[in-house]
Ligand binder design. Structure first.
Ligand code: NAD
Length: 361
């Protein structure tokens, strides 16, 4: 297979961690006989320095023509960088919004996986985490409350603000189809999260999700109210496989789910459109405080590359090989500084990438 990948190293630790992910992809290419071609483009602060804008039309067009995008992170030290002395739509992070919109990335997937070796970083009690958890939050990214009509006005001398939450059945259907198809590659369970006891949009959500479920008879569907889901995530996270939800609920629940793993440097993510195309990036930011020191943890980006193999290239075996290599390196005791534990062997960014690549079987 030939894969055309646009890389967006971005700012801060971005170039260091993307380099390690490409190292691992190259090893996959060698072992499993695939070829990956990388086209680097600028986005964020480095694009502002070069072109005066966080994302050029050319960069977006190059991304659009690729099979998948691998992104490091963008942004600088917010309180202390010239990139922030301008209007919000010219700041580094505006590039992120522009690329998500420009590529119609409506489905965001964030896995939350607890490695046994890192269980001490998990803030939950051991009797709750039991044998660990392995779930993904599938969040709708382009509709709902964050994109609805809004206004603030004065009514009879009193200030009043309004936000509206709208979903149409097509928007719900396409994200539900993504969630069920991803469940088919996992443990075949979907929990659809809504607030159907109160909201009309949630009642439509539930109806459409049930219609989509009929096309996936092997997948078990449960509905859960969002307030209950927030509690269940900290009481019994092991019960979840794929959690499907709308934009704002997903924003909150995906942060909650990532916190219970305890390790920001380990969290991958993917944003997908209606085709196989996707943008893959770690959940963390550009960490300007540690940039250029060879101490950043590249694992979140390497695991994002594994998601790329699985979801954009349908290379499940190869994705499993990357995840197994990460697991092996952790079992062997290697740690970057952020996940260092007693008795572990501390390594830098580049050595961690080397070790994971060496363990690709
Ligand atoms: P951050 O995630 O960059 O850093 C938070 C803390 O976690 C820091 O102490 C950092 O050193 C540490 N950290 C993050 N990733 C790490 C890794 N891989 N290995 C080891 N330690 C790691 O969040 P922040 O400090 O709030 O933001 C820094 C910049 O990143 C800002 O400009 C922000 O806007 C931007 N940002 C970008 C994205 C993105 O590109 N998707 C996301 C979030 C924040």
């Amino acid at each position: 297979m030939d894969g055309k990948i646009v890389t967006i190293p971005g700012d801060g630790i971005g170039p260091e961690i993307v380099r390690e992910a490409c190292k691992v992809l190259d090893k996959i290419g060698k072992v499993y006989r695939h070829s990956f071609q990388y086209t680097p483009v600028l986005m964020g602060g480095c694009s502002i320095d070069e072109y005066g804008v966080p994302l050029t039309d050319e960069a977006l067009e190059t991304a659009r023509k690729s099979d998948a995008v691998l992104l490091g992170a963008v942004g600088g030290d917010v309180g202390n960088s010239r990139w922030y002395d301008v209007a919000p739509d010219l700041r580094p992070e505006a590039g992120l919004l522009a690329i998500r919109k420009g590529l119609n990335l409506f489905a965001n997937i964030r896995p939350a996986y607890l490695y046994g070796e890192l269980a001490d970083a998990c803030p939950l009690k051991k009797e709750i985490t039991g044998s660990g958890f392995d779930l993904v939050i599938m969040r709708e990214l382009t509709g709902g409350l964050y994109f609805g009509e809004r206004h603030t006005r004065e009514v009879n001398g009193v200030m009043e603000a309004t936000d509206t939450l709208t979903y149409n059945e097509n928007e719900i259907r396409r994200i539900a189809v993504k969630a069920f198809s991803i469940a088919m590659k996992r443990r075949k369970q979907v929990v659809s999260v809504d607030k159907a006891n109160v909201l009309d949009s949630s009642r439509l959500w539930r109806k459409v999700v049930e219609e989509v479920a009929k096309d996936y008879p092997e997948v078990e569907l449960r509905h859960m109210l969002v307030d209950n889901c927030a509690m269940q995530l900290v009481m019994n996270p092991g019960q979840f496989d794929v959690v499907l939800t709308e934009n704002m609920f997903g924003d909150i629940l995906s942060d909650e789910a990532s916190m219970i793993t305890g390790s920001i440097g380990m969290l991958s993510s993917a944003s997908l459109n209606e085709t196989k195309f996707g943008l893959y990036e770690p959940s963390h930011g550009s960490a300007p405080d540690i940039a250029g020191k060879d101490i950043a943890n590249p694992i979140a980006t390497i695991l994002s590359a594994a998601m790329m193999l699985r979801y954009s290239f349908d290379l499940d075996k190869e994705a499993n090989a990357v995840e197994a290599a990460v697991q092996k390196v952790l079992t062997d005791g290697f740690r970057t500084a952020d996940i260092m534990t007693a008795g572990g062997r501390q390594v830098g960014t580049s050595e961690m990438g080397d070790l994971i690549a060496e363990n690709i079987k």
